[in-house]
Design a protein around this ligand. Sequence first.
Ligand code: 2AM
Ligand code: CA
Ligand code: CA
Ligand code: CA
Length: 255
Amino acid sequence: MSASRLEFAETIARKAGQLAVDLRQHPDGLVIDTKGPQDFVTAADLAVETLIRAAIAAKYPDDAVLGEEGGLTGDAAACWIIDPIDGTANYMRGLPDWAISVGYFDGSELTHGVIFAPDLGALASARNGQPALLNGAQISVSDRFDLDQSMVVLGYSRRVGLNDHLDRIGRLLESGCEYRRQGAATIGLMSVATGRVEAYYEPSLNVWDAAAGLMIVRAAGGKFAAPAFPDFLNAPGEVMAANRNMDSLAALCRN
Ligand code: 2AM
Ligand code: CA
Ligand code: CA
Ligand code: CA
């Protein structure tokens, strides 16, 4: 597996993060569109995706690219999967939980993932067969098994509905688990990979929210369940990632 692709992804994620930080210096006019309730598009989402796409086109012109803002371009089986800013609602308010997400699917499996969270000073990365790293140091999922000491990060999708979400919170609290909602799938998945929380669950997630994070969780010794590739490139689905207590935590999260 290629180290140069990972180095490329790390470099472009850092440049993209710096661009987003710079653009936030001028918050007037930053929000340019909305996709739905509480779902904003800023000038930075578009500028960052454009930057990443230009870098990929220059270095890997044969690869396809799937990004939240620009959709799928190219017809190669090998595909970069990017979310220019995951957690836009946090980013535009100055809340720290947002990240650049760059994943790579080589045509048969996920092989590379980079998440860069500028406000957290965190760059998590992994490639196939190598340990996951946070700012260059090896990370691993937690070995906590007791539910009454465990924490699960939840995402919420308006695609799925409120009652399932409330039921899930009820089951988790009754079991003794604690829960959080950070508003950025990348940050939740990175928290699983670093062992800070035991699991991440979201009932309907897009592949650009999840690809890099799932790669990093797996390299950190964790488990995940998600739609199979390449189908996941075409439609959102249920995503769960956890430490080795996956089965018990998944039973609480799934409706
Ligand atoms: P986005 O910021 O890239 O759009 C999964 O929860 C994903 O849904 C998030 O990572 C986020 O990605 C997106 N999302 C859209 N609107 C959201 C909102 N109001 N709160 C949290 N996440 C939201
Ligand atoms: Ca968005
Ligand atoms: Ca996202
Ligand atoms: Ca996004």
